[in-house]
Design a protein around this ligand. Sequence first.
Ligand code: GLA
Length: 360
Amino acid sequence: MNEGFVAAFGRPPEAVAQAPGRVNLLGEHTDYNDGLVLPIALPQHTVVSLGRLSSGSDFTLRSDAFAGPLRFDVERLPDEPFGRYVFGCIREVLAAGHGVPPLDIHVASELPMGVGLSSSAALEVATLRALRALLALPIDDVRIAQMAQRAETDYAGVRCGIMDQMAASLADTGHALFLDARTLQTRLWALPAGAAVLVLDSGTPRSLVASGYNQRRSECEEACVRLGVASLRDVERIEDVEALAEPWRRRARHVVAENARVRRAVASSDAATLGELMNASHGSLRDDYEVSTPALDQLVSLLQAHRAVHGAKLTGAGFGGACVAVCVAERIGEVARDVLADYRRLGGRGRLLAPSPPPG
Ligand code: GLA
């Protein structure tokens, strides 16, 4: 794990930490509405290695993901988006009252960027874990997720919820993390027996994700004002949103129904029920929340039509990127091959993102 740092800086690191990407099975666009989510960690990780410098005030960041070193100090936000996540984490540690010495930092990641697998949350959580290890910081995993979220909202400009950072900090690959974004209470939920998670990239870039995402958040805030509630989590009956004007009616209906779907999924341990709820979630994200794209709809339809798939949906913010399916575990390789071939015949260019390594 140390080779990248040694090659970049000519000495071994003093602290190394990693964090996984995530895929969300259910509960989309609910976290910033104080709602319920069900992400699961992916096998791919981001690894951050740190070493103290004896002098200066600078941070030097190197990664295989870009050519030259990135240099910054704590006063100036780096131009490069990648550097902003790391800068944001360092600022969060300083804001919590802990000193941070000048550092050499190396980042190595197996996670593809920009497809919706939360490579940024993995980078933030791995950075904070490495800082915690190096500086013996008294912060727990939930606090790490909160600091990571603020690094993203305050320094990278996306008003994200806390799901991705909580998943990177607390989830594992064998269980989904049932998270209540209002209380930050979590419970590990085992995947139904014999089921496995497949993640396919639609091959279309996530265009408009930042602007579309922030717009959806504002629409939810406006729906709350019109309903006279503090958050859409407080709407208990779906009928209560029906009197709203559009688009607030459909936005609120998605959020309220999606929370109910997560509750139903974790109350059962049945793959068919989970699959049905995932299919319904995709329909709601497409028609009510309007964050799907024609390519995502096509790939999801192909997945849903496969006999070894229990259910499928887009995952994450939407607007392009990846889809997730829950399949019969022993047929996961067949599903990936069949669906990617059909998608290609229809003109799409998809690829397998998980499991990783690919099934034989
Ligand atoms: C992105 C955000 C999350 C969440 C999802 C949608 O991944 O970072 O906080 O809102 O979109 O469910």
